[in-house]
Design a binder for this molecule. Structure first.
Ligand code: SF4
Length: 330
């Protein structure tokens, strides 16, 4: 069952300078489903639109970011709520239906307040719990369920390590047991041992609470460790979607192949080729397939037409004319 459905979403950054309008096409006609109880990884180079896609999912849509079309529908309690047309619903859904784990834990934790105060704020505002003892009990219970020490509650953020702060941020974002947890580069800037701890925590949360997790990171190694399904984004578009097994064992899109081939393997000392060229500007992206200027397999059709995202079997979808000549309808 789907918990979140995105249909034909176009989210652009629109600015105007001296009367000249500029449109950065960060998310361009993207459709995607997130299923119940799955960990969905969204991968791609920096600037490919994955963080903008994530912002739209949590309703962080403020100018210059503008939705030009499409739907973002959360399905819960037997209702379908499109947060594009019903913006007023966003605050009702936040924390209970979806929550957000940002990249920098310090942007959530107030450096001048003990951690328990942030737990208190959430419980007071959203569950109307006022008693200090009850707040302490619920906070400790939640940390215990996640295998985190309750002593962190009496600490200030600066007294914790970066890894523990990130885990506390994840604990906070799951306090109200949301159906969907959306994590933006939650493991970036952490060393590998701490990264492993954060990945294990996310997996534990998913298996305990049976919710869905969307994890956005450019790090394919993290996706290999955690994701059930993976979405590959490039220049504002989805190029490939599939189970983690299919993406790693049988990548189809030339760009995905580069991403997988560039991963280090134990004992393999061969030179790893990176993707040739640089990602395009989303202000003026290439015509046709946006990857064509960097693709060694590019054909004439690739320069003029945008390949449609086609299911090639078993839910494995790819947008490339090597597999289907079907073009996207704009
Ligand atoms: Fe390469 Fe063409 Fe496929 Fe794009 S559509 S990835 S340019 S072969």
């Amino acid at each position: 069952m789907e918990i979140l459905k995105i249909e034909n979403l176009r989210a652009y950054y629109i600015t105007s300078l001296y009367g000249v309008e500029r449109r950065v096409r960060a998310v361009d006609n993207v459709s995607l489903e997130v299923m119940e109880n799955e960990i969905l990884g969204i991968a791609g180079e920096s600037g490919c639109g994955k963080s903008t896609l994530l912002k739209t999912m949590i309703g962080l849509i403020k100018p210059p970011l503008t939705i030009l079309g499409g739907k973002i529908t959360y399905k819960f309690d037997g209702k379908d709520i499109d947060i594009v047309s019903k913006k007023e619903e966003i605050s009702n859904l936040r924390w209970k239906v979806f929550s957000y784990v940002p990249q920098g834990s310090m942007s959530v934790l107030n450096p001048t307040r003990k951690i328990i105060k942030t737990f208190e704020d959430l419980l007071k505002v959203h569950l109307k719990i006022e008693g200090k003892e009850e707040i302490k009990r619920l906070s400790e219970e939640h940390l215990k369920a996640l295998g985190l020490p309750s002593e962190v509650l009496t600490s200030y953020p600066h007294q914790l390590s970066g890894g523990m702060r990130q885990r506390v941020t994840i604990a906070l974002s799951t306090l109200l047991k949301p159906k969907v947890i959306i994590a933006d580069e939650a493991t970036t800037a952490l060393d590998v041992v701490v990264q492993r701890g954060v990945i294990q925590l996310l997996k534990k949360i998913q298996s305990e609470f049976k919710n869905s997790i969307i994890i956005v990171t450019h790090d394919m190694g993290v996706h290999a460790n955690i994701a059930d399904r993976i979405v590959i984004m490039y220049a504002g578009k989805i190029l490939e979607v599939g189970s983690a097994k299919d993406i790693f064992k049988n990548p189809l899109h030339p760009y995905t192949k580069y991403l997988i081939d560039s991963l280090p393997k134990i004992g393999d000392k061969t030179f790893k080729k990176s993707v040739p060229g640089a990602p395009p500007s989303l202000l003026n992206p290439p015509t046709g397939c946006r990857f064509h200027p960097r693709c060694s397999m590019a054909m004439e059709i690739c320069k003029e037409n945008v390949p449609a995202l086609i299911d090639v079997g078993n839910g494995h979808k790819v947008a490339c004319f090597l597999y289907s000549k079907e073009a996207e309808i704009s």
